[in-house]
Unconditional design. Sequence first.
Length: 330
Amino acid sequence: MKRMLSAIKPTGQLTLGNYIGALRNFVKYQDDYEMYVFVANLHCITVYQDPKQLRKNLKDAVALYIACGLDPEKSVIFLQSDVMEHAQLGYIMACNTYLGELNRMTQFKDKMAKNETGLTAGLYTYPCLMAADILLYDPDYVPVGDDQKQHVELTRDIAERFNNRYSETFKVPEPLVSKVGKRIMSLNDPLHKMSKSEGNDKGCVYLLDDLKAVRKKIMSAVTDSVGIIQIDQENQPGIYNLLEIHSALSGESKESICNRYQGKGYGELKAEVADIVCGELEKIQSRYNEIISSGMIDKILEDGANKAHYIAYKKLAKVQRKIGIEINKK
Ligand code: AQP
């Protein structure tokens, strides 16, 4: 069975973007692949997090993984920092990554361009830790949203470089970006990605949002003055985003939705999207409540960390042997 690995970093509450672009796909894949999904808590702290809030976000993320359909019997679910090999291999990966490569990473460049202050060294070297996260487990595929593809490509470059320098060690993974929902945009700023930590609550639907608030956000989504429901991402990004969300969740193609909406107004489309999103969130939230009150999370994470550690430990030992940092081992 081929292996897949992915993660989400709960720098805030998980969003509809995380669900459509990532989580929902993990759930589909878990029947056909050996699936490893972790909560990337080390990546969270590349930006300051209030410790109490972070603890809550991490627990909520695990509960939401399961509420969205990840099954701990089928997928290995764990917390990144519970498997210490991630940080250790991350350092070794940083020693095999060039500054020029990190300087080219769009996510970091965007933050630099916005003149954000207090950018940390951890944020800069985050792609090295991400390479370690992936390469420890030799996955065949890494399902990601559009924005993370560049990091998986860097991971491939680092893996190939390492294999060439020290002999075959890592499987070179493929990024897997789904066609629909690869980039859900903000509802009130459809030229920017829906992001959990941008502080733009009106544009972002959180999976644990009150459903009335979700409906209000969708009904207030920014559109345009064209007045026709059609597929035109460039001139009607807001409508395109609503069609994308609808299509990703309902399975109906954007073309078919547009055909049904000939001669109808934006308000009707928004109301239908709101119904679909709220229907999906209602199911997730009810399962989330059951999971939180069941107390099952600790056991799931313990089992997951044990399974992940078994693989990560062997891989790190192999890497350390190959690069020559251990004495008396060949
Ligand atoms: N808006 C989105 N549309 C489609 N996919 C998305 N993903 C995130 N937002 C969208 C995908 O979810 C996975 C986990 O992402 P992440 O939360 O670990 O990191 P991120 O992409 O940096 O998400 P945010 O919300 O924008 O985080 P912050 O605000 O902290 O930087 C990835 O596969 C991602 O592509």
